[in-house]
Design a protein around this ligand. Structure first.
Ligand SMILES: Nc1ncnc2c1ncn2[C@@H]1O[C@H](COP(=O)(O)OP(=O)(O)O)[C@@H](O)[C@H]1O
Ligand SMILES: [Mg+2]
Length: 250
């Protein structure tokens, strides 16, 4: 049986207090992501993608509804608990890499473990292991300014994975990459997903990046609009994604 890594049920997010101008950004959104799945979130600008990612990543509160990550409900957790949960169970990849410039690639990747107080002799094998998965062992001693955008994003992906989180959340990870580096990052994510059973939720507006996912959830005006699964080739899936996006434009 498929095990759910993310369970979202009747999720609502309303911005603004009562008596103020309120905005209902998410309306009764429900879906699951199974362990080992690679799922994309797409939809027009203002649909609620970033809101959804923020609420799932515990960076913002839901107004109501249920979110369970690896079997743990996060909707009623207190701030301190949430911070611990986030640093242990989630890995983040952002558009702008967010690498610390005064740390080497090695030190950047090690950061989530250092912050958790893991002993440095235990950190080393973890960093090398994840660097190997992403093909960046040769640049571990370099500083971010000296490596390419594509290498930076692989380093960021390695940092997101080093503490073996339940799930990776990626927000437009190819947004700052040229098409060649975007392709190689997506291939690296597919590799992690297929060979290491990494569960990934990817928010993107780029149909080509999305075509690497196994399943896409489309949201529009805060509601789940449609869901499509990849059946055969990535090229056919790319076209299918373009067709759904064209429905929004109509
Ligand atoms: N802090 C906020 N206060 C009020 N409205 C917001 C806030 N953040 C986002 N919104 C509104 O919620 C809707 C969804 O925004 P967002 O989640 O950023 O969409 P997307 O990422 O899909 O472009 C938009 O209409 C936006 O204006
Ligand atoms: Mg957004």
């Amino acid at each position: 049986m498929n095990q759910s890594v993310l369970h979202v049920k009747n999720l609502n997010k309303i911005y603004g207090k009562k008596n103020e101008n309120q905005f209902h950004a998410l309306m009764d959104v429900s879906f699951d992501i199974n362990q080992g799945e690679f799922v994309g979130i797409m939809g027009p600008s203002g649909a609620g993608k970033t809101t959804l990612l923020h609420v799932i990543s515990t960076l913002d509160n839901a107004t109501n509804g249920t979110i369970e990550i690896a079997g743990t409900s996060i909707t009623k957790m207190k701030q301190k608990q949430l911070a611990d949960f986030r640093s242990e169970q989630l890995g983040f990849i952002f558009q702008d890499f967010n690498l610390l410039e005064n740390l080497t690639v090695y030190e950047n990747i090690a950061l989530p473990l250092s912050l958790q107080g893991v002993a440095s002799r235990k950190i080393k094998p973890s960093v090398h292991n994840v660097a190997k998965k992403l093909g960046i062992e040769a640049i571990l001693e370099k500083y971010p300014v000296t490596i390419s955008g594509g290498q930076k994003q692989r380093a960021a992906a390695a940092r997101a994975l080093v503490h073996e989180p339940a799930m990776i959340l990626a927000d437009e990870p190819t947004g700052a990459l040229d098409s060649k580096n975007a392709k190689s990052l997506m291939e690296a994510l597919v590799h992690l997903n297929e060979n290491h059973d990494t569960s990934i939720m990817l928010v993107t507006h780029d149909p080509l990046s999305a075509s690497y996912c196994q399943r896409i959830l489309f949201i529009q005006d805060g509601e789940l609009y449609k869901e499509i699964h990849r059946k055969n080739s990535r090229t056919a899936f790319h076209q299918e994604i373009l067709d759904v996006l064209a429905e929004f434009a109509e």
